[in-house]
Design a protein around this ligand. Sequence first.
Ligand SMILES: NC(=O)c1ccc[n+]([C@@H]2O[C@H](COP(=O)([O-])OP(=O)(O)OC[C@H]3O[C@@H](n4cnc5c(N)ncnc54)[C@H](OP(=O)(O)O)[C@@H]3O)[C@@H](O)[C@H]2O)c1
Length: 308
Amino acid sequence: MIGLGLAALGRPEYLNIRLGTSIDKSEASYKENAFKVLDAAYSNGVRFFDTAPSYGKGEFFLKDWQATRSYADTVLSTKWGYTYVANWELGFSSAHEVKEHSLSKLIEQWDTSKILLPNLKVYQIHSATFESGVLENIEVLKKLSEIKAATGLKIGLTVSGKNQKEVIKAALEIKVNDLSLFDSFQVTYNVFEQDTADILKEVHVAGKFIIIKEGLANGRVFLPSTAQEILQQLASKYKVGIDAIALRFCIDSIPSTIVLSGASDSQQLEENLKALTFKLTEDEMKLLKSCKVDAATYWKERSDLSWN
Ligand SMILES: NC(=O)c1ccc[n+]([C@@H]2O[C@H](COP(=O)([O-])OP(=O)(O)OC[C@H]3O[C@@H](n4cnc5c(N)ncnc54)[C@H](OP(=O)(O)O)[C@@H]3O)[C@@H](O)[C@H]2O)c1
């Protein structure tokens, strides 16, 4: 299944490989575009939508869209732990989002994010790492468990970085009041970064919910590489774009997953959704699996991307 992420829709600049594209970056124009993409997604069968407070106006655009459309069958997910600080300032010179995994940040952001209820179904720690200490912060874990008990939300986490699988493994062990806390895992997985393939099988067997993000490696699948040549050959065979092959690879790799499209406009979304029109053969999957790079190299390249 394909879901839609709002990272590229709710703020004027995001990490990507885009060069010199000129678009209207006003908030009004972004809101209009976000609604267009959300409408196109819904009319093409997409029901899962992922956002975060750090995606600029992402949560508000999603809330306003949901309120005006009143769809009963959408499933929304959001996160806590990063604050958007660029304040729609183009070319903002430092980090556009600031991480803070404290109890006070959880309380503050939950107070805003709960406006997405009742369609909000998944609430995630945004980029859980060992370094932030969030998985050992008893107060935070207890608060998440309280939110879960009060709302029935799936509590989840998102992971990024070269030790994604170790963080997932640690999270699987966490219990509050003898009950496993985390029900949902949002993970970077794509033709280059396949480090979590085995642990995600365990996550699936444990009955947890899996969401794949960055299926196009933030657009790096389009850049010249051996992987790009293979993707292009398959794209010609299935008469789709490279993006659809790369997303299909994620769908066919991980059982019962939601793969997020990070489309920044309706045309990209339409291209991404072509991933649902075919299935890769075992040999094609083998070929694409051979494109993986080691996690340290992948995440070094990811950290070199700029905000555009
Ligand atoms: N830590 C976290 O929790 C975290 C981190 C990252 C993402 N996410 C979630 O995952 C979602 C998807 O991730 P992502 O957007 O970072 O990664 P992605 O899907 O790997 O890349 C999306 C980018 O690929 C480009 N693209 C997509 N379709 C295209 C097409 N047909 N032709 C040309 N370019 C195309 C667009 O770049 P341009 O905009 O430059 O055109 C788009 O912004 C996000 O929206 C968010 O919900 C979560």
